[in-house]
Design a binder for this molecule. Structure first.
Ligand SMILES: Nc1ncnc2c1ncn2[C@@H]1O[C@H](COP(=O)(O)OP(=O)(O)OP(=O)(O)O)[C@@H](O)[C@H]1O
Length: 258
């Protein structure tokens, strides 16, 4: 379970201060898939960096599985938007996926098993010896997802992971994330700009206000758990939910403009 309570972050450089996060409180239950949406610049990356233990908050508390986060947390894996920068081009697909497992000091045979399983799960069996630059953008993002999954995290943070791929690939990757999430029972916090994507993927959508950021609203996505691109997106309830989220985001932008 991920708990974010009263989180604040103010950046200070010299005399200049930027209050990025004012007061964020939300939870993601164990095994839940929550999507977070908010206007550009509202502090999504700041929030993720705080959760990942890469940035020190100015106040508030973050706990992961009952332990307060005060540095990189062991049960956490991340998938970033820029797969081109998160994979090492001089390493094969196998070595890229295996690297965090070496850092975890797992024995060689277990590492090989996990790499094979994870690549199989993302539909990339047989690409072990290829280099990232020999693969399409969508395939590279699958490698990044395989690397996160092989690590066997309790919590997966995804920071706009599909923003840089084409629409068809994006739809396939969205279905992959839901399938993996259902199979592995992992807790997922998925950050996106895309309202349709948030409603399609999430069990819950948390909406952020613009900076200085608070939780504007949240909504439970009461769509059936079995989702598919064609029927779910054509469901009148999907349209209602996306309209609600859209209106909240518009309101957040308006209050920023005032
Ligand atoms: N290192 C920093 N020093 C000072 N201000 C910063 C720093 N990093 C971010 N900010 C400010 O904090 C606020 C939130 O930035 P952040 O990058 O977290 O937003 P974001 O929601 O991820 O943006 P986007 O959606 O455009 O990627 C912005 O006003 C930004 O200018």
């Amino acid at each position: 379970m991920l708990e974010v309570h009263g989180l604040r972050k103010t950046y200070k450089s010299g005399r200049r201060e930027v209050e990025a996060l004012r007061d964020l409180t939300f939870t993601v239950d164990t095994g839940e898939l929550v999507c977070l949406v908010g206007p550009s610049g509202c502090g999504k990356t700041t929030l993720l960096r705080c959760i990942a233990g890469l940035l020190e908050p100015s106040g508030g508390k973050i706990s992961l599985d009952g332990h307060e986060v005060s540095g990189p947390a062991p049960g956490l894996a991340m998938v970033f938007q820029e797969y081109g920068r998160s994979l090492f081009p001089w390493m094969s697909v196998r070595d890229n996926v295996e690297l965090p497992l070496k850092q975890k000091k797992l024995p060689r045979t277990r590492r090989a098993e996990l790499v094979e399983e994870a690549l199989g799960a993302v539909g990339l069996a047989g690409t072990e010896s290829a280099y990232p630059w020999q693969l399409s953008g969508g395939m590279q993002q699958r490698v990044a997802i395989a690397r996160a999954v092989a690590y066997e995290p309790s919590t997966l943070l995804m920071d706009e992971p599909f923003a840089a791929v084409d629409a068809q690939t994006r739809a396939d990757l969205e279905d992959l994330v839901r399938a993996l999430w259902r199979r592995l029972g992992v807790t997922v916090l998925f950050i996106t700009h895309d309202i349709d994507e948030a409603v399609y993927l999430g069990q819950r959508v948390v909406m952020l206000s613009s900076s200085p950021t608070v939780v504007q609203d949240e909504v439970t996505v009461d769509l059936p758990a079995d989702r598919d691109q064609l029927h779910t997106r054509a469901d009148p309830r999907f349209t209602e939910l996306r309209t609600h989220v859209y209106e909240q985001i518009q309101q957040a932008k308006l209050s920023q403009a005032l």
